[in-house]
Design a protein around this ligand. Structure first.
Ligand code: GLA
Length: 694
């Protein structure tokens, strides 16, 4: 049992790590340890007591409270801020009791209550011992009769071992340029990473990693993420007294929640872990957890798909799609996905969203003919939808102009000619559920790409039942509800989460979506960098990657394939323009991918050389049993005289003998890892080398 309780101290142990906290002498639930697991329970430090502070600072600057509420002389960044009905705005929480549920994933609950007001706060801890991860969230309950106004409710605060010499790694970006890594020193004060756009967005990622001197392969890293698909905030704080803490949860920008009696509020789960295995170790812990515990079909590798977007844009019909499907099938593609443009009134991006039935002009007999054709070619059929959106030029909007997010006195700002349906409303949810359910029931659809192509503006909800700012949360729950219901009704459908590329990639959506469209940027050399950033928190099985025609005059087709083969392979070029040699190469790459697919999608990933750091990059995947591996090596454009640095393989069984494609002599796993190997590449050349245990 990984949860230990003694005299109001709690130690959560995973395979390699421990997280400990307890009541100190003044009754505060205080954090005191998060690092390697220790041999004896008595080895863990005891909860720190307040001492030695001046009148200018509250003792919370020294004593790290597990879940501080705004109150008294706490000037640190709080997790909770409330306003009671009489206007009092601080919450004095005291410990009530704790309980444990014993199961394969044990859970600890700590109950706190305000000393005067009827506010109950329950801290939840779920221990994922096999993954060295701890999951936290909070339930707020109003035990009284009058509403309590919540102004901030984070999911967790993670406290680092004492010190102010840490570095924060996070990701930032923009459309077509997602998942850029940034590592920077944390200095006294607050550093905020956030989204205010209703989706996590391209600009920030709900993920962090903290280290002192870690590298890819070794060193201590504390890392975490929030399983939430909307506005979020990560606050990393260094106090004046050298204490470093990271809080995360719903963004409290434009936040408001009316906590009604009898209606508990659960915050989204925050997941965090600790490793001595560097950034690579941190990634692999989350990858395994996502594959095995989060994804709906995590153990099943994805099919090779073709997507028609970049080939035909909105100009889809049975003839154009059939022509592409025939070539795709010959190349070995297993799933044919028709993208945007197929539904009622959709000729360009200015009309049709909301009217999710086949366009009468393009598909006079419905989708059945095309689907049959695709199935006869031996492929599954998939379809693009953007269910949360509506074009003003649509039957749906003409019938329900009040269904969109808006302020009645303000112009409704369109973005890509579209407005956002208020998914917080039940009638909107029912419409979307009904129309998608019909589509899936009437057609043999195996895959849905669920897109979302704009951020929120004028975030009004005129008939909101409570605080209109609840929109930010209720919108996301509305999506979870509709998507979850569709999953239940159509359990075999595979779903992709897309938001103009990687704008909605998080552990919340991955309970519903099986994979993510990582970026609209499909140019292979930029994609290397985007994919590497993404891999810091999500596994290759979730990373859909197409081979397209971007930069085709410059970047060889084989290179483009190899880049996409690092994730879940797809093809998105205009196959009609591919000559016989291109098609033959594509057929061979797809054949090869099917061979290595279980290693890439279900194996462990090791980043050997970062494309964010230089022109050479390498990434390796190793099967769980270490019997097989595959090494991808890339060189973008640099002056000829430079050559690729030496590569040291990772993750092999040190004692076993391995052969590596292209090298005559087998060597021990340890030799490949310690002595390494050299791969010669010319500009814009790439190689895939199979690694086999003998
Ligand atoms: C978004 C997606 C693209 C494509 C288009 C269709 O931009 O990210 O992949 O589906 O929409 O309109």
């Amino acid at each position: 049992m990984p949860i230990h309780i003694s005299s109001q101290r709690w130690v959560l142990e995973t395979r390699q790590t421990a997280y400990a906290f307890g009541l100190n002498s003044v009754g505060l639930v205080t954090h005191h340890y998060w690092r390697a697991r220790l041999p004896r329970l008595d080895d863990y430090p005891i909860p720190p007591d307040p001492s030695g502070f001046a009148s200018t600072d509250g003792f919370h600057h020294f004593v790290p409270e597990e879940y501080p509420a705004e109150a008294g002389t706490k000037y640190i960044d709080p997790c909770l801020k409330v306003r009671f009905a009489d206007g009092v705005r601080d919450a004095v929480l005291t410990f009530v009791d704790s309980s444990v549920t014993d199961s394969s994933t044990p859970e600890l609950s700590i109950r706190l209550k305000d000393v005067y007001y009827p506010l109950q706060v329950t801290l939840h801890y779920r221990v994922h011992a096999d993954y060295d991860l701890i999951e936290r969230w909070v339930t707020l309950e109003n035990l009284g009769t009058e509403p309590i106004h919540v102004e901030r409710a984070f999911s967790a605060k993670w406290t680092l071992p004492p010190g102010d010499d840490y570095f924060l790694t996070h990701m930032y970006g923009r459309h077509l340029d997602e998942f850029n890594l940034q590592r920077e020193p944390l200095t006294p004060g607050l550093k905020t990473i956030e989204s205010r756009r209703i989706i996590p967005s391209h600009c920030a990622v709900p993920w962090f990693a903290i280290d002192r001197s870690a590298n890819e392969d070794s060193g201590e890293v504390w890392f975490g993420t929030l399983a939430w698909s909307g506005n979020f905030r990560i606050n990393a704080e260094v106090t004046e007294f050298a204490s470093t803490r990271v809080s995360l949860g719903w963004n409290d920008w434009d936040f408001g929640w009316t906590l009604q009696p009898g209606r508990p509020l659960d915050t989204p789960p925050a997941l965090a872990g600790y490793t001595k295995g560097g950034f690579g170790g941190a990634s692999r812990q989350v990858h395994a957890y996502v594959r095995e515990r989060v994804l709906p079909h995590g153990g099943t590798p994805h099919k090779v798909l073709y997507n028609s977007w970049e080939a035909t844009l909105f100009d889809v019909d049975e003839a154009s799609q059939s022509a592409l499907a025939e070539i795709a099938a010959q190349m070995g593609v297993e799933l044919f996905v028709m993208d945007d443009g197929w539904f009622h009134g959709r000729k360009w991006d200015n009309a049709g969203l909301g009217d999710w039935w086949p366009d009468e002009g393009k598909f006079p007999h419905g989708l059945g003919g095309l689907i049959q054709k695709v199935n006869d070619l031996g492929m599954d059929f998939g379809l693009w939808v953007e269910p949360e959106m509506v074009n003003p030029d649509s039957d749906l909007y003409r019938a329900h102009p009040d269904w969109v997010i808006h302020f009645p006195t303000r112009a409704r700002t369109e973005s890509r000619n579209q407005l956002i349906l208020n998914m917080a409303r039940e009638d909107v949810q029912e419409y979307v559920l009904g129309v998608l359910d019909k589509l899936l029931t009437e057609n043999n659809i195996a895959f849905i790409k669920w897109d979302m192509n704009r951020a929120a503006s004028e975030p009004g909800w005129p008939d909101a039942p409570g605080d209109p700012r609840e929109l930010w949360m209720r919108y996301v729950w509305g999506i979870y509800r509709v998507w979850g219901e569709l999953r239940q009704r159509h359990p075999n459908v595979i779903w992709q989460s897309c938001a103009s590329g990687g704008g909605r990639a998080d552990l919340g959506i991955l309970r519903l979506a099986d994979q993510v469209w990582v970026s609209d940027n499909t140019e292979a050399t930029s994609r290397l960098r985007i994919q590497e950033g993404y891999s810091h928190f999500l596994p290759a099985i979730t990373m859909e990657a197409w081979v397209t025609d971007w930069n085709e005059g410059f970047v060889p087709l084989e290179f483009r394939f190899h880049v996409s083969m690092c994730g879940s392979l797809g093809v998105g070029g205009n196959l009609l323009n591919w000559n016989d040699a291109d098609r033959a190469l594509a057929t061979e790459c797809i054949r090869q991918y099917k061979e290595i697919r279980p290693i890439v999608q279900l194996g462990e990933q090791y980043r050997l050389l970062s494309p964010q750091m230089g022109p050479f990059s390498a990434v390796q995947y190793v099967s769980q049993d270490k019997a097989e591996g595959v090494l991808f090596v890339f060189r973008v454009h640099v002056p000829e005289k430079y050559n690729i640095p030496h590569l040291y393989l990772r993750g092999l069984d040190p004692e076993a003998l391995y052969s590596v494609e292209g090298f005559d002599e087998p060597r021990s796993g340890l030799a490949w890892m310690e002595a390494g190997l050299k791969v010669e590449l010319k500009n814009l050349q790439s190689k895939i080398l199979k690694i086999t245990r003998i």
